[in-house]
Design a protein. Sequence first.
Length: 216
Amino acid sequence: MERYVLDSNAETIDQYFGVLSDSESLLEPTFNAATGHLLPIISSNIGKPKLEAAIWGLTYGPQKVTVMGVEDIASNPAFMDLLKTNACIIPVSGFYVWKKTVSDPLPFFVRIHSREILAVAGMWKQISESRKAYVVITRQANVLLKPLGESMPCIIDPEDFNNWLHGNATQVVAKKFAHNSFMPDMTVFRVPDLVNDTSNNSKELIQPIPKLRDED
């Protein structure tokens, strides 16, 4: 997942995650969330979910890491320990993927019709006294997305929200993300190349467009 969309409101977020926000700006619609942007995440706060802003992307050595494969986390004791205390949920309306098997990568938008908001798995780290940063946790792509790329974000089911946020995220990793998953309500459609420019941020970015060429 390289970019994503969050187009929701405080009422919907509260109904879905049981978390309130006193900041309207935190939930301003974004149709082109990208690395380095300050975006909302949901973390645990003394046993209660908390909506707060964090930067997408962690620095490990010389690299900026925005996504981390679930298999890499499961095989690294330090990451597993961090996940126990610093798991988070990233609220997402849908996400973009690029078909890179052609010379000019084609952007597609992915969403799940039965879920107004997706709970994408993440992990955060304190990077300053007042700021957190996070990474998206990914897994092997399902059969629908496999033609577009090798990975997809881990999507947490509502019944796992509590475990994920309150110290049992490693159990969710072991039980739910260890195998491929097919989501029948997941749809994928081609979107305008406007999304390639991160300065573009409007609903126009997620409007379906017709097939333009044979590689689409």
